[in-house]
Design a protein around this ligand. Structure first.
Ligand code: SAH
Ligand code: SF4
Length: 346
């Protein structure tokens, strides 16, 4: 089943051969600039809207919606045509509106501290299924304009490489989103980072590091056995040399696991030569990983310690934690056990 967001203008024109030529442009603008489903593109006749909706039914059906932070954070569980479920999170900040999209239903990487990894892999998403998440969030964000897209939902975007690149190119070309406002977060698929560097897209790359020694990283991120820190480093160097774009490292602070002074120095050494920015995330709770996140005083100390070692570091606030919408908490469990607050604002 293909999504209208996978069409080029010529494909859309082919479906509209019996229509005046300006219809293509009207529909294209409605779809891409305004992010509307056909049914809401009221500049074109109703019969045509109906025909197009039948030809290209929406890929996402809302299975659940929850909100927190006084409505500033909203999470949707979407059911796809084959019953697979994914989650999408919209975050309103003072200076930007960000959507966190899923790139896969589930994830095969098995990071121990991540709810998606604990639940396992269902399937790859298509370009249309990812773009429709963006457009759904864009409509929900109105009247504010959606400004940022981060691939930090369910799945490993670089394990669904053609789709990730396809989505980025389309958002950049057809929705005129600045590639700088598009962030791909990866667990560290080294060859795919190198390939992404050669695409010529000035996007932001975040690498989920979490440990800068192989023993600890092997435990947290099983993919480290395949692409250990030395190999990942080479890929990061290539990323910098090819794109000149800043790199950031994600580091979920876990009590007694990766929050010691030794861990801090290892990180500073690894990040220093790459001029990487470090994003510290206090570990969010997940059912399958009983170790706790670092205490907030330790998070604060760790950040200051990194700064003293010359590393630029920020602490990411854990938006949506109370509704399991924060980093690593997405598991699309729709049976009512995980979701606590249900709000219907549409
Ligand atoms: N697969 C990609 C993107 C999705 S995960 C990746 O791993 O980068 C998005 C981010 O959430 C990653 O930085 C990941 O390490 C982090 N994360 C996973 N589980 C977490 C948890 N329980 N607490 C905090 N961050 C977590
Ligand atoms: Fe997959 Fe990222 Fe979770 Fe690891 S942290 S299991 S790569 S979604």
């Amino acid at each position: 089943m293909s999504s209208v967001y996978e069409l080029e203008t010529a494909d859309l024109a082919a479906h509209l051969a019996d229509q005046p030529r300006y219809r293509v442009e009207q529909l294209w603008r409605g779809l891409w600039d305004e992010g509307l489903p056909f049914t809401d593109i009221t500049t074109v006749p109703k019969a045509l809207r109906q025909r197009l909706t039948e030809a290209f039914p929406p890929s996402l059906e809302v299975a659940n919606e929850v909100a927190s932070d006084l409505g500033a954070t909203r999470k949707w569980v979407f059911r796809l045509h084959d019953g697979a479920t994914i989650e999408t999170v919209l975050m309103n900040y003072a200076d930007r509106v960000t959507v966190c999209v899923s790139s896969q239903a589930g994830c095969a990487m098995g990071c121990t501290f991540c709810a998606t990894g604990q639940a396992g892999f269902s399937r790859q998403l298509s370009v249309g299924e990812v773009i429709e998440q963006v457009m759904f969030a864009a409509r929900a964000a109105a009247p504010r304009r959606l400004s940022n897209v981060v691939f930090m939902g369910m799945g490993e975007p670089l394990a669904n490489y053609p789709v990730t690149v396809g989505v980025i190119k389309r958002l950049h070309e057809y929705r005129a989103m600045s590639a700088r406002h598009l962030t791909v977060s990866t667990v560290g698929v080294a060859p795919a980072i190198e390939r992404l560097a050669s695409e010529g897209l000035p996007l932001t790359l975040a690498v989920s590091l979490h440990a800068a020694n192989n023993d600890t990283r092997n435990e947290l991120v099983p993919l480290n056995r395949r692409y250990p820190l030395e190999r990942l480093y080479e890929a990061c160097e290539k990323w910098l040399a090819t794109t000149s774009r800043r790199l950031s490292f994600e580091w979920a602070l876990i009590d007694g696991v990766n929050d010691s002074d030794v861990a801090m120095r290892e990180l500073a050494e690894y990040a220093g030569d790459l001029h990487a920015h470090v994003n510290l995330i206090p570990l969010n709770p997940t059912p399958g990983y009983l170790v706790k996140g670092s205490r907030s005083e330790r998070v604060h100390e760790f950040r200051l310690g990194l700064e003293d070692l010359g590393i630029n570091a920020t602490v990411r606030n854990t938006r949506g934690r109370s509704i399991d919408a924060a980093c690593g908490q997405l598991a699309a469990v729709t049976n009512g056990h995980k979701t606590r607050v249900t709000l219907r604002s549409r």
